[in-house]
Design a protein. Structure first.
Lengths: 113, 111
């Protein structure tokens, strides 16, 4: 059974640019969550999607957005990149999105110069 | 606000010794507390979890204890091995479809 796949794995952008990250969940999983991981801050919740609907959103500025497609694949977008957006962005899938195991991808490491 | 405090941030133990990582949460309504292990270059992986109706859960060398009154939960690893070296995160399920993670503990098992 294939795991969670995130693309791209690494990317470098400059301030002001935008970026789109992609996540393919485990087959049969309808919930996709996104987390930002930075040193010393742990994992910060960005948003969660289930059947193309955003069910919860973390405390991030509006520059961070996401969506989910009918096949459960998800994308997140960050516009007007800032240096502080440099981080590892992790996607996690689960069957229902609550009280159960999250299956994480290996992440997309974004560096903003 | 929503917060999970995790201690210590780094922990070094001799192979064969025990390791304990402690977390404190703030949301009294939380009922589910997972622990994740993250190896270098990989995403976090669930190693054990506990629900609020249980005080302790054990899986081979790993155990988790929960004190809902004090809002504390802890991870215990016995007979540590070099492959236990990783970053460990505690978390609480906070509200709907959202997990609050601790800041992580880097465990080093010295051979």
């Amino acid at each position: 059974k294939a795991g969670v796949t995130q693309t791209p794995r690494y990317l470098i952008k400059t301030r002001g640019q935008q970026v789109t990250l992609s996540c393919s969940p485990i087959s049969g999983h309808r919930s996709v969550s996104w987390y930002q991981q930075t040193p010393g801050q742990g994992l910060q919740f960005l948003f969660e999607y289930f059947s193309e609907t955003q069910r919860n959103k973390g405390n991030f500025p509006g520059r961070f957005s996401g969506r989910q497609f009918s096949n459960s694949r998800s994308e997140m977008n960050v516009s007007t990149l800032e240096l502080g957006d440099s981080a590892l962005y992790l996607c996690a899938s689960s069957k229902l999105g609550r009280t159960g195991e999250l299956f994480f991808g290996e992440g997309s490491r974004l560096t903003v110069l | 606000g929503e917060n999970v405090e995790q201690h210590p941030s780094t922990l070094s133990v001799q192979e064969g010794d025990s390791a304990v990582i402690k977390c404190t949460y703030s949301d009294s309504a939380s009922n589910y507390f997972p622990w994740y292990k993250q190896e270098l270059g990989k995403g976090p992986q669930l190693i054990i979890d506990i629900r609020s109706n249980v005080g302790e859960k054990k899986d081979q060398r790993i155990a988790v204890t929960l004190n809902k009154t004090a809002k504390h939960f802890s991870l215990h690893i016995t007979e540590t091995q070099p492959e236990d070296s990783a970053v460990y995160f505690c978390a609480e399920e906070s509200g709907t479809y959202k997990y609050i993670f601790g800041t992580g503990t880097r465990l080093k098992v010295l051979a």
